[in-house]
Design a binder for this molecule. Structure first.
Ligand SMILES: NC(=O)c1ccc[n+]([C@@H]2O[C@H](COP(=O)([O-])OP(=O)(O)OC[C@H]3O[C@@H](n4cnc5c(N)ncnc54)[C@H](OP(=O)(O)O)[C@@H]3O)[C@@H](O)[C@H]2O)c1
Length: 348
């Protein structure tokens, strides 16, 4: 057992709206907890920073005073759970803290229960990226919900981000013509290097016209990560019987009008959906875990091993920088899947 203290970020108060500010978070240091029977203490190695965490905070699901929620890759410090031993690496949900308890009575969802990782099979950080929830999100939204056919045009927004970069590569592997939308020029260049057929920057003043030019045959499948102006540019390009997976609308997560961004999104799109008989699939990755986690992991691990799917991580350093890294991710000042190195990773 270690004599260290446990540093944490806790939610200071339920945010009123807008984007995160420093005052939303409270830095707390406390003694390490002792694992009870069927629990273990783990040290966070990597913390995943995801847009949905802001939704939990804004909607009051995460309560003031609670340790900020987040999925993690951790190393077991001491275990009272059969099958987990000191030194094992696990996927779990420590949240924004250096140490956390896992096991019985900890964590609310089935998929948050700890899962042992094999550092020789894949870098352990991928368990919160391409081989984790993000990869499964891309897989479920694209392959399960929209079922793209070879030759179709697939448009993906936030295409260089954690989910988007996996979605564009899966669409390529399905034989589709892939159009990626991203912001900064280095993201555009990255996607072009990945083999995305056409990449358009939403920061370009001619963005709607350039997107139209990039989709000469219209759009058959739209993987929606962004909403707002990006969505409005995609709408007129939708073909008859196009499919959309409504994965997220990150451009609206800092709204201050109190409206539900998905409801607003649906209202804007409705006339186009009706005219073009578009099918909209609401995506919540948690609904796909039971049925698709295993098949996804097998398929995606193969793609990653063979290099058919590559991944880019935006690795930030140190728990202290979590609020800033979180803000950067929400506003596009990230490049790839945003994660935080909280502890050392000797396997890297
Ligand atoms: N439905 C589910 O179950 C589920 C699960 C996981 C994630 N998601 C959703 O998936 C989406 C992507 O999440 P992620 O974790 O992979 O994040 P990410 O794409 O790595 O990071 C967010 C990206 O959004 C883009 N962005 C932010 N503000 C924007 C704006 N105003 N206009 C245009 N683009 C903007 C930025 O890319 P650019 O700089 O290129 O603009 C930024 O890099 C989010 O909407 C998230 O809520 C949904």
């Amino acid at each position: 057992m270690t004599n260290e203290l446990n540093a944490q970020w806790r939610l200071a108060a339920t945010p009123k709206g807008g984007l995160p500010v420093a005052e939303d978070f409270l830095w707390v240091t406390e003694d390490l907890p002792e694992p009870a029977q069927n629990q273990m203490l783990t040290q966070t190695v990597y913390l995943s920073l995801d847009p949905y965490q802001w939704g939990r905070r804004r909607s009051g699901v995460e309560l003031p005073g609670e340790v900020c929620h987040g999925r993690t890759v951790s190393r077991v410090v001491s275990s009272r759970i059969a099958g987990f031993a000191e030194g094992d690496y696990v996927f779990n949900t420590n949240g924004w803290q250096q140490y956390g308890l896992s096991g019985e009575g900890v964590g609310i969802f089935g998929y948050m229960h700890p899962r042992k990782l094999d550092p020789t099979a894949a870098p352990i950080s991928t368990a919160i990226g391409v081989l984790g929830m993000l990869g499964l999100t891309a897989y479920s939204g694209l392959m399960v919900q929209c079922q793209p056919q070879a030759g179709e045009t697939v448009v993906v927004s936030a295409a260089s981000g954690g989910v988007g970069q996996v979605a564009v590569q899966l669409a390529r592997l399905a034989g589709c013509r892939v159009v990626g939308i991203a912001g900064a020029q280095h993201k555009v260049a990255y996607l072009e290097a990945l083999g995305v057929d056409s990449v358009v920057s939403h920061l370009d003043p001619q963005f709607p016209a350039k997107l139209k030019a990039a989709c000469p045959d219209g759009c058959d499948v739209y993987f929606e990560n962004v909403g707002g102006k990006v969505f409005e540019a995609v709408l007129p390009l939708l073909n008859k019987k196009a499919r959309i997976t409504l994965c997220g609308v990150v451009s609206q997560y800092g709204n201050t009008d109190g409206q539900d961004p998905r409801t607003v999104w649906q209202a804007i799109g409705q006339p186009f959906f009706e005219r073009q008989q578009v099918t909209v699939h609401d995506l919540f990755v948690g609904n796909f875990v039971d049925q698709y986690q295993e098949v996804f992991l097998q398929e995606m691990a193969g793609y990653v091993r063979s290099g058919e799917v590559q991944y880019k991580e935006d690795l930030r350093q140190g728990l202290k920088s979590a609020p800033q890294a979180f803000y950067d991710m929400l506003t596009g000042d990230n490049f790839g899947k945003t994660l935080l190195a909280v502890g050392d990773d000797p396997t890297r």
